[in-house]
Design a binder for this molecule. Structure first.
Ligand code: FMN
Length: 321
């Protein structure tokens, strides 16, 4: 190999390609925010270089504004946290008027997370959002454990998953549809299959695991909503297992990318999800603790690929032996 070629090869190996695609949307790298942990737009801008991320996923948006659940809404647990926010958000109108113009300034792909109480609500919100060309896709949250109607009740029943995803797909034929699955089911491959059969382009998994904490002095649940969703490092082994299973049994064959999440705090965690079959990852709870972790994770993935002389992140997706 002559000197010129060697230099080109050296440069190539020292700068691995981190880009991935979710169907037709290209992410510059696989690391994104997780819904509900990084605001609607640029709230974290003083703490994270948002334009360095692979993509930005907003807080869940519903048709009407929601105040959310009564306090206390978060509680720290060993290696994790419980939250029962209850989809508190400004609602579709305010989101479209005040937040979407700001989202337009992102140089990275933006995905808006959608939630609702009824199928009609999901459809109405999705249809409206679809009209904004700088929104690269919708993440449909069928898995929120913290609301009485909608959310997880859709996500646990395969028929409801199918009906909901089908309705949104029919009304929004062209936009990238990411379906966010709940881990609170007996067999997640069944709901994953229902989502894919109904027209999901991408699966994101997982939302939080149902949990609770009790104040032994008052003998009452700590959270105002009694129960909440567990996230953070405590759930990582379970989330990783679910991603691996869905990849092996459903998504690989169907050629459906997975966005993996659940307790990712480091590049090591993110790489584990990618080896297990995730095309991209989202980071939630760790961003609340240390927002700068997002760019550290990206750098750590780059270092890993460089160390093992792997030219592209795509070479290791689902490569678990
Ligand atoms: C405080 C908090 C708020 C959340 N809000 C939402 C939300 O609005 N919509 C949603 O789909 N998921 C929401 N989630 C779930 C996260 O997006 C993610 O799926 C989950 O926390 C697992 O990832 P993590 O362990 O990295 O946090 C929320 C999680 C937390 C901790």
């Amino acid at each position: 190999m002559d000197r010129n070629n060697r230099e080109i090869k050296q440069k190539y190996l020292s700068e691995p390609d981190l880009s991935v695609t979710l169907k037709n949307v290209r992410l510059p790298n696989p690391v994104m925010t997780a819904s509900g942990t990084s605001g609607y737009t640029f709230e974290l801008r003083d703490l994270v270089q948002l334009d360095q991320l692979g993509g930005f996923i907003t807080k869940s948006i519903t048709l009407e504004p929601r105040k959310g659940n009564p306090p206390q809404r978060t509680f720290e647990t060993p290696a994790g946290m419980l939250n029962s926010i209850g989809l508190a958000n400004v609602g579709l109108e305010v989101f479209c008027e005040e937040k979407i113009p700001l989202l337009q300034r992102f140089s990275i792909p933006v995905f808006v997370n959608v939630a609702g109480k009824t199928i009609d609500e999901y459809v109405a919100v999705s249809q409206r959002l679809m009209s904004f060309s700088h929104i690269s896709g919708l993440e449909i949250n069928i898995s929120c454990p913290n609301v009485k109607e909608g959310g997880i009740t859709f996500g646990t029943d395969p028929k409801s998953v199918f009906d909901l995803v089908h309705a949104v797909r029919q009304s929004c034929p062209d936009i990238l549809l990411i379906i966010k699955l709940t881990p609170n089911v007996t067999d997640i491959t069944v709901t994953a299959r229902a989502a894919i059969d109904a027209g999901a382009d991408v699966l994101s998994m997982v939302n939080t695991f149902l949990g609770m904490a009790i104040n032994i002095h008052t003998r009452k649940p700590v959270l105002g909503a009694r129960t909440g969703g567990l996230s953070g490092p405590a759930i990582k082994p379970m989330a990783l297992y679910l991603v691996s299973r869905v990849y092996q049994e459903v998504a690989r064959e169907a050629n459906i990318p997975i966005i993996g999440m659940g307790g990712i705090s480091s590049a090591q965690d993110a790489i584990e999800f990618i080896l297990a079959g995730a095309t991209a990852v989202s980071v939630g709870t760790q961003v609340l603790i240390h927002p700068g972790c997002l760019t550290q994770i990206i750098q750590g993935i780059k270092n890993y690929l460089t160390e093992y002389k792997i030219p592209s992140i795509r070479d290791i997706t689902g490569s678990l032996e």
